[in-house]
Design a protein around this ligand. Structure first.
Ligand code: ATP
Length: 578
């Protein structure tokens, strides 16, 4: 397929603010794509060249892209820089330069999607000395061969700023419509995607073997599985309303969730965001190699930083282990302990459909506990007083609360789902009128006075799973330290948009000074949830939900925007409090 055909679709998507229209455009387009090429098209539509979890880094710095445009257009760099400033983005500068280059250079042939994909892989793979020049020259050759509009999007892809407002869920919806005729079949694609979060594979499978093929997709060691999540209740007694019979109560550790995959002699660790974080934890790899007796496994646990006496250290201490360099030093300075709590796969067999008790039994069998590798502590009871005792004890130990887990026959591992089989109960909940929520920053208001030149307040949103959109819920201006305020532009400017993202649902009157692509997640503590006509969270036609006295607590860099608090959860919290 010619790259320009895909570029024309990008153009249409960019002009569209409605999610439904996007699905229509994409599904019509997918129908015309061959089964061999649809995986590539699916990745490129999301501005990528591989699945989200692959360790492929396209990201080119602005300066390098600028050089490539200059080479391709036969212009000097200062001219490109000036144009980019005028237009507000390097993509638009490339479009303009390639439009006028006809006078100086002759275009060479037509660019195909396959060639773009292959060359972008080559570009991402360039390493070592001379790699910068190699990347620039690959991009320049692509730009020379592309149309002006194609040049715009090529630059945005390599800069990771495509931002057309298309998310994975929009692609899955559109695939379901294109290949099964019905959006409701997305359910099957989503189930498969939870076990195989690779849009390329999902697109290729639905196009070549339909829903039958999709339903056969299973676990592959080395490919992350979307993690199972918890619901929350407002009163500890309410756990009984949702979990019948015996409840397994586990300590809730405040660390980082880790999904460990072992095949033959290789172990890979994935984070909650499905990033490969193996290199950060050589100590955990050694522990798993020495103390888990299985050839192949996918197991999960929470890694927590520990002090000299084995006591828990705060989440922020653990976050210092998020680094590329000096790993060995940090292994010594900040030791960790992995608390294992689930088995998803073992020696060729999937355990996703097995009950909690069966999974835990298996875990017990394969683990030899050590100082740095243990099982999550638990009690199994049907007495709510015992649950409460365990909760108080967990707090004394330094945990953030408990997770109550169903032990029923159907207590399967629900990949990628926030269901009622796991329910969390945290310390914050027991203090009156206080809820913490994880919100996505979608905009900002310019600061005044002491804050002028930076941002005075952020516009935050909750996630609407059904529509794959973000609904505004609060302005957030308190709780930041001076340093945090200062670094806000640096953290956010890479997500800046010159329009509202199509995935953000805001009232017309809501006019922040800047809009952002929904990416950054922040934890916010609020005094109360109220109704307000200016926000769109769980909107009832007249009013949405809003937060009173919101306070910034911390960044949740371990979370993706789609893992923020959902509009539905917020509504449940609000209804319970009324
Ligand atoms: P929070 O913001 O309250 O930490 P969350 O939004 O990150 O929660 P939840 O689904 O609400 O995610 O809580 C589950 C998280 O709790 C898991 O992702 C995991 O990191 C952590 N956790 C700690 N201990 C356990 C445990 N014993 N079992 C399952 N998850 C645990």
């Amino acid at each position: 397929m010619d790259f320009d055909k895909l570029v024309a679709v990008y153009g249409e998507l960019e002009k569209t603010a409605s999610g439904n229209q996007m699905r229509e455009i994409l599904s019509e387009f997918f129908k015309k794509v061959s089964a061999e090429e649809i995986n590539v098209i699916a990745y490129l539509t999301l501005g990528r060249i591989s699945s989200e979890f692959d360790d492929i880094n396209l990201g080119m710095a602005d300066q390098m892209v600028l050089k490539a445009i200059a080479v391709a257009g036969g212009r000097d760099e200062t001219k490109v820089k000036k144009l980019s400033k005028e237009k507000g983005d390097l993509g638009l500068a490339a479009e303009e330069i390639i439009k006028t280059k006809g006078r100086t250079l002759v275009p060479i042939g037509t660019l195909t999607v396959k060639e773009v994909f292959e060359k972008l892989h080559k570009l991402a793979g360039a390493e070592g000395s001379g790699s910068q020049d190699a990347k620039i020259s690959i991009l320049a050759s692509l730009l020379q061969k592309s149309s002006p509009q194609g040049a715009k999007y090529l630059c945005r892809i390599v800069l990771s700023t495509l931002r057309m407002g298309v998310g994975e869920m929009t692609v899955l919806d559109s695939l379901a419509i294109a290949f099964t005729g019905e959006k409701k079949n997305k359910e099957f694609l989503e189930n498969a995607y939870n076990i195989c979060p690779d849009v390329g594979i999902i697109a290729g499978t639905i196009a070549s073997s339909g829903l039958k093929g999709i339903n056969k997709i299973g676990i592959r060691v080395g490919r992350p599985i979307k993690m199972m999540l918890c619901q929350r209740v407002e009163n500890i007694e309410d756990i009984k309303e949702h979990i019948e019979g015996k409840i397994a109560v586990e300590e809730k550790y405040d660390g980082e969730r880790i999904q460990a995959h072992k095949s033959k002699d290789k172990i890979i660790l994935f984070s909650r965001r499905m990033e490969n974080i193996t290199h950060q934890f050589p100590d955990i790899i050694t522990e798993l190699n020495q103390n888990i007796s299985a050839k192949e496994f996918v197991i999960e646990g929470e890694a927590v930083a520990i002090g000299k006496k084995g006591e828990f250290l705060p989440f922020q201490t653990l976050m210092q282990r998020r680094r590329k360099y000096d790993i060995e030093k940090y292994v010594i300075d900040i030791p960790v302990r992995l608390h294992l709590f689930d088995v998803l796969y073992l020696n060729g067999e999937s355990y996703l459909e097995e009950s909690y008790l069966k999974r835990i039994k298996v875990l017990e069998k394969i683990i030899k506990p050590s100082k740095h590798l243990v099982q999550a502590k638990r009690v199994i009871t049907d007495d709510i007083e015992e649950v409460e005792d365990f909760f108080n004890h967990a707090l004394e130990e330094g945990c953030e609360g408990i997770i109550a887990k169903s032990t029923a026959e159907d207590s399967v591992y629900q990949a990628g789902t926030r269901g009622w089989l796991w329910i969390k109960w945290k310390r914050d909940y027991s203090s009156e009128m206080k809820d913490t929520v994880d919100l996505v920053v979608v905009g900002a208001f310019a600061g005044q006075g002491k804050r002028s030149g930076g941002y005075g307040a952020l516009l935050c949103a909750v996630y609407n799973e059904k529509d794959d959109s973000f609904e505004t819920v609060s302005k957030l201006g308190t709780g930041f330290t001076d340093e945090q305020l200062e670094e806000l532009p640096k953290m956010l400017n890479k997500y800046k948009l010159n329009h509202k993202s199509a995935r953000v649902n805001a009232r017309k009157e809501m006019k922040p000074d800047v809009w952002f692509e929904p990416r950054l997640v922040v934890e916010v503590l609020a005094a109360e949830i109220t109704q307000s006509p200016i926000h769109t969270a769980a909107f009832d036609g007249e009013k949405g939900l809003a937060l009173r006295f919101p306070r910034f607590m911390k960044y949740r860099e371990d979370k993706k925007a789609e893992q923020a608090t959902t509009a539905k959860e917020l509504e449940q919290m609000w209804r319970k409090k009324r």
